[in-house]
Design a protein. Sequence first.
Length: 160
Amino acid sequence: MRNAVLMGCVVASIALVGCGDESNGAPAADYVRKTIELVEHADNETITHTDAAMMDSVGDILTFANPVFDKANANQVATDQGYCIRTEVGKSWECEWTMFLAEGQISVAGPFFDTEESKLAITGGTGAYAQASGEMYLGFRDVAPPKVEYDFVYHVIVPY
């Protein structure tokens, strides 16, 4: 009986050789990484305050639908729309939005920090971005007020 159990373990071990993930974080061979660099113009944003004093408070809702430009900030190539919920006054929001590009949509979710850059998760997409995953970097641009612009760098992993 003991030999039968031992032989079963050996057979199972041989069968499992090579089943581990040896990718070191790289996408599988049938996936490709794409980097998309864009500039959002925060032209159309509204904050709905949830407290009677109409002050910055937890639970406030930021909604937006903005034009998005190419890396050179010269041509509009997309739009985005989404919302954020204030989670920590003066510090952070938790957001979800969709980027509408000619080839399809990319959706993201994650934090937006008031005074520091953010990384958000790519949660999916459509068209050329169907089954997308990866992360998005959001950075502040140095522009004169009242203008507000953000760098969006999408590191997208998509199937061929």
